[in-house]
Design a protein around this ligand. Structure first.
Ligand code: PEP
Length: 247
């Protein structure tokens, strides 16, 4: 099954009104190939700001997190319906920085995923192993453990994009090799096909971890790598090189 190339830009806790407007204006002016689906994810405070300035309908917006309740006494949290209300169509869930720093469990990430899907958001679901887990040969085990509560709870995977992001590759400049990344992506797809059947053929699996304008094309021949989730480089003009890397 043909899977559309997907590039997500995770701004993390970076940016200001001025810098986010500048990035959005660069994307407005950019010649984005029809073959690419592009989603940018500013900090929650700037989702509405980005939406207000975005005129290129080839680019969509994601929040970086969503709480699994509609509303109520959850100080500091934001809901999926609020994210929709300010013009975003996607949310990033389970990023390793939230799993490791904020201590989000696999089950909580699954609960958030279900709630976001119920509110018609697309979900960029992040998984990936720590360096120590990789060194212990536990990469696939960790990824499938993280996916398990989601496959148990979600029947329709059409609005989920999985982002495989080895934690040791995030922000380090040490991207996984195309061979290593492909091997893990294939294992993730195999696990998904065992659990959700033929739907697994249509699920985009992104690679994330130190992707930049220079190395993005090196993953082009990997059959199970359907795009990228990009951190640092999504704040720079080279983000456009990544978007164009398969055209
Ligand atoms: C990320 O945070 O999702 C990420 C992949 O970061 P970077 O591209 O900076 O490694």
């Amino acid at each position: 099954m043909a899977r559309k190339f997907f590039v997500g830009g995770n701004f993390k806790m970076n940016g200001s009104k001025a810098s986010i407007k500048e990035i959005v204006e660069q994307l407005n002016a950019a010649d984005i190939p029809d073959s690419a689906e592009v989603v940018i994810s500013p900090p929650a405070l700037y989702v509405h700001w980005a939406e207000k300035h975005l005129t290129n309908d080839k680019v969509k917006i994601a929040a970086q997190n969503a709480f699994p309740k509609a509303s109520g006494a959850y100080t500091g949290e934001i809901s999926a319906s609020q994210i929709k209300d300010v013009g975003a169509d996607w949310v990033i869930l389970g990023h390793s920085e939230r799993r490791t720093i904020i201590k989000e469990s696999d089950e909580f990430v699954a609960e958030k995923t279900v709630h976001a899907l119920e509110n018609d958001l697309g979900v960029i679901l992040c998984i990936g192993e720590l360096l120590e887990e990789r060194q212990n040969g536990e990469t696939v085990e960790v990824c499938t453990r993280q996916l398990k509560p989601v496959v148990e709870a979600v029947k329709d995977w059409s609005k989920i994009v999985v982002a495989y992001e080895p934690v040791w590759a995030i922000g380090t400049g040490l991207a996984a090799t195309p061979e290593d990344a492909q091997e893990t992506h294939a294992a993730i797809r195999k696990y998904l096909s065992e659990k959700i059947g033929e739907q697994a053929d249509g699920v985009r699996i992104l690679y994330g971890g130190s992707v930049n304008g220079k190395n993005a094309h090196t993953f082009n021949d990997c059959p199970d790598i359907d795009g990228y989730l990009v951190g640092g480089a999504s704040l720079k003009p080279e983000f456009l090189d990544i978007i164009k890397s398969r055209s």
